[in-house]
Ligand binder design. Structure first.
Ligand SMILES: [Fe+2]
Ligand SMILES: [Fe+2]
Length: 291
C-alpha cells in the first residue's frame, strides 16, 4: 500500500532521483556525453546513434514515415542529421530510447503501446496544425513534432523509475475520477509536466520542447510566456483524445482550454478540420507501434 504523500521532502527526493536516473541505457549515456562535448561533430553523434540498431531504426522509421512529412528516403543517421538538424535527431534518439525502456522489475502503469500511439498522434497533429496555419515564429516543424512526441515524457519517467507509486497514481486517478496530474501530485509530490521538464532540461532539449513538456496542461502560464508550441501540444493532446487515437493514461479526460486558440490566434474551424484530417489517417498512425 502506497500512502498519499504531499510532503515537500518527498518532492525533493523524486526530483533528485529524476535528475540522477541511475539506470540509463548505455547508448543514452553515450549520446548525452557526445552531445555535451563542444568538439563533437554531427558525424560523431551519428556514429554513436548508428551503433545501436534499435534506436537507429526507430529514428529512421520516424523520419521516413509519411506522417512525418518527408517523402525522401533517408537511409542513414548522418543524412537524417543533415535534413533534420542535430538537436532534433538527438531529441528523437533520446525520446525513442526512454520510451522503449520498460519499468525494471514492475509492470507498466499504462498500456505502453497505446501511449506511444498517443505520443505519435499528438506529434502528428501539432505539426499538422502548424502546416494548416497555426504559427510559431522561429520554430520549425520538426521541433514541433518532437515537442508533441515528448510532451508526456514525465509519465514514462515516473512509470520506469517510480513504478509502484505510479501504478497507484493511475489506480487512484481511475477510482477517484481525478486527473492523472492530481494523482501524481498526491503520490509523488509533483506532476509529469514538472518531472519531464527536469529531465528535458538536463538533456538540454531545445526551448520549445521544454515549454511543451512543462506547459501543455497550463494555458494560463503558456499565455503569459507566449508559449505557442505548448498551445499546439495542448490542442493536439485534446484532439487525440477526442478522435480516440492512442491512450494517454490520463484518468479523467482533459478539456480544451480556449486560451490555446487565443495564443495561436487561430479559429475553431482550423482545429475541427485538423482533427477530422488526422482521424482519416488514424489507421496509418496506429500501425506505427513501438516494436
Ligand atoms: Fe500530459
Ligand atoms: Fe498527452
Amino acid at each position: 500500500m502506497v500512502l498519499a504523500n504531499t510532503d515537500p521532502e518527498r518532492k525533493r527526493i523524486v526530483i533528485q532521483r529524476v535528475s540522477q536516473l541511475p539506470t540509463l541505457p548505455t547508448t543514452l549515456v553515450k549520446i548525452l556525453q557526445a552531445a555535451e562535448n563542444p568538439s563533437t561533430s554531427s558525424g560523431d553523434i551519428a556514429l554513436v546513434i548508428s551503433k545501436d540498431q534499435s534506436i537507429s531504426s526507430m529514428v529512421l522509421k520516424l523520419v521516413n514515415s509519411a506522417f512525418y512529412g518527408h517523402f525522401r528516403n533517408i537511409s542513414s543517421i548522418s543524412h537524417a542529421i543533415v535534413i533534420l538538424g542535430m538537436q532534433t535527431v538527438k531529441s528523437l534518439a533520446l525520446g525513442a530510447t526512454i520510451f522503449r525502456t520498460q519499468p525494471g522489475a514492475g509492470v507498466a502503469a499504462f498500456d505502453r503501446n497505446a501511449f506511444w500511439i498517443h505520443s505519435i498522434g499528438v506529434a502528428t497533429m501539432a505539426r499538422r496544425l502548424m502546416t494548416k496555419g497555426a504559427e510559431a515564429p522561429g520554430v520549425d516543424k520538426e521541433t514541433v513534432f518532437v515537442s508533441g512526441l515528448l510532451h508526456d515524457l514525465g509519465k514514462v519517467v515516473f512509470d520506469n523509475y517510480f513504478n509502484e507509486e505510479y501504478r497507484e497514481a493511475a489506480r487512484q486517478a481511475e477510482e477517484k475520477k481525478i486527473t492523472i496530474r492530481e494523482a501524481e501530485r498526491l503520490l509523488l509530490g509533483l506532476d509529469h509536466c514538472e518531472a519531464g521538464r527536469f529531465l528535458a532540461q538536463k538533456w538540454q532539449f531545445p526551448a520549445p520542447v521544454l515549454e511543451a513538456i512543462e506547459l501543455h496542461h497550463d494555458m494560463e502560464r503558456a499565455a503569459a510566456a507566449g508559449a505557442r508550441v505548448a498551445a499546439l501540444a495542448h490542442i493536439a493532446d485534446f484532439g487525440c483524445q477526442k478522435i480516440n487515437l492512442g491512450k494517454s493514461g490520463n484518468g479523467k479526460p482533459s478539456a480544451l482550454d480556449p486560451r490555446a486558440l487565443e495564443i495561436l490566434n487561430i479559429p475553431e474551424s482550423l482545429i475541427a478540420e485538423t482533427f477530422s484530417e488526422i482521424e482519416g489517417e488514424k489507421e496509418m498512425i496506429e500501425g506505427f507501434g513501438i516494436d
